[in-house]
Design a protein around this ligand. Sequence first.
Ligand SMILES: *[C@@H]1O[C@H](CO)[C@@H](O)[C@H](O)[C@H]1NC(C)=O
Ligand SMILES: *[C@@H]1O[C@H](CO)[C@@H](O)[C@H](O)[C@H]1NC(C)=O
Ligand SMILES: *[C@@H]1O[C@H](CO)[C@@H](O)[C@H](O)[C@H]1NC(C)=O
Length: 270
Amino acid sequence: MFSKILLFIFPIFIASAPSKNSTNGDIEPCLKEFYQAAYDGVYNCTKEFDFFSKNSTPKVFKSAKPCFLEVAKSECSNSQYNLLSTKYDDFLEVITEEPKSDTSCESFYFKYNSMKCVPMMGDIAAKVAPLAQKHLKVNDSRLLDLVDTCDRVKSCMSPPCYFNDVEKSMITEGCNSINLRNTKFSECLSEIQKESPDLSGYKCLKGVDFNSKAPTDIIDKFSKNQACTKQIMEEFCGKEAVENFDEYAEMTAEKVVQMAQMMQILQGES
Ligand SMILES: *[C@@H]1O[C@H](CO)[C@@H](O)[C@H](O)[C@H]1NC(C)=O
Ligand SMILES: *[C@@H]1O[C@H](CO)[C@@H](O)[C@H](O)[C@H]1NC(C)=O
Ligand SMILES: *[C@@H]1O[C@H](CO)[C@@H](O)[C@H](O)[C@H]1NC(C)=O
């Protein structure tokens, strides 16, 4: 459930990341390719540098010039490569010197420095997708890896002017869903889905299938009828599963509402 939402959120976000043609010396397309290659470790030379930590950018690009150009030669267009190789110092200046007046976020400084966060976002999207239908336990290594990547991407995005509030809150929401997935609460729901126990004895369900995937049923399960849900979860999985139940139930209901809205938007557009 949560993963399906993420499947929508992350690709939409990445697709909407600005991607202009290389005019006026804007080397954003090249930087994007560079950071992706460095993130994926495609070229050996990038492994010697930390291109992704928050405060490393200025120093790193100075010492990594030969490496950067090696990658750019293969990954970027000829014109972008030519621009960089002939005007590397100009590029260094732009990516290094934070504008003094913080009245505008328009500067290339912010745009270039924010690009390093993009591969992490793609990484999350790629890792979430295969977990969508999986029954996962708390602290599953794949969940912990996602939680860790989320922490890094949030830290990466945090400096002012790198990303706008909408972009930041999309990532925060997505990462909250991942955190929620790594709880006994979610593990229990997954367990009940997997085991599909006979719950017909619970009159409080009023005949509704506990594992129903219909959005309205799920929303009711975690709002109107949450006392019943809590009782079932506690009896089936134990007390740990209902710690912070109210908070998690509210989050879940909200996600489902959001997803239902998003589905409507997507269907309306097609
Ligand atoms: C960007 O460049 C490509 C090919 O170089 C061209 O087809 C496209 O129309 C350009 N887009 C814009 C917005 O200029
Ligand atoms: C990168 O390093 C590995 C291991 O040291 C080596 O086998 C490989 O040939 C190197 N690749 C390039 C393109 O230099
Ligand atoms: C998950 O890992 C955290 C941190 O190591 C630990 O505190 C917690 O008890 C673990 N939870 C479970 C259910 O194993």
